[in-house]
Ligand binder design. Sequence first.
Ligand code: PEP
Ligand code: MG
Length: 307
Amino acid sequence: MLQANLELPRELDQALNAGATGLGLVRSEFLYMNRDDLPDEDEQFEAFRDLAKGMNGRPVTIRTLDIGGDKIADALAGMTLSAGANPALGLRAIRLSLKERKLLDTQLAAMLRAAAFGKLRILLPMITSVSEIRRVREALVQVAKRLRRRGVALPEAMPPLGVMIEVPGAALAADALAAEADFFALGTNDLIQYTLAIDRGDEQVAHLYDPLHPAVLRLIQFAIEAAHRAGIPISVCGEMAGDPRFTALLLGLGLRDLSMAPSNIPRVKQRIRAIDMIAATRRARAIMDQWDSGRIATLLDDFNALA
Ligand code: PEP
Ligand code: MG
């Protein structure tokens, strides 16, 4: 299933026109960027509700705030930036949300209210441990209670709560995380950055940023197997999902849900139509036996050249 990643709500039409079967990743940072103040619950609710309505029953996966590291919001700069620290490893994403609970509670309340208008899923960025998921689940229960006291009608069932697998430690602990999370979304952009210690925004080391590095592929495989063992859905929403070069490999490794920028959907769809699934699975197995990323690239590109 091909889903869309949205950075801005106005990309919704493009996603629908491309035939997206859902929104696999809505980056909620758009609500916080390019402004001096913070969005309140109502503003966030309206944005999420419009997406849920617009997708008309198809899944809408909204990620809590991922500010910090490469993503900047002026109103939060005082909280996230500490002098001399490494922002990529600092107080960002879920760590910030759990420290500044009002940020998290506001987003959870907006998402719970929007869940009445569609098939909403909540996704948590930069998760590294099960305790982070448990704390968010507790927050979700408390926020739901508070909303009900306020007289807000909420759906009976809580929306599924999933986690990004984008830190190597999370991929290695995927079995434990799968016991707590309702779904996984593989964030290959950060997974590659943190596995290979390559800053994803640094031009000088961009040539070393290698999606086919065997360490990256093993972590991906590990997370897929853990998700399958636990019986929870897993998708990919990093840039790898939107590049047809990697489609046969991702499918061959057992992935079925790919989420990408809407503009990439048509070419990945076209690529999928040409893939022989049995051959792709066999090729993925051959690739996973290799330790040299040059050899892996050759095996993949040769396979892609066949069809
Ligand atoms: C990722 O890290 O792969 C991802 C999808 O999240 P972002 O690009 O927003 O960090
Ligand atoms: Mg990421």
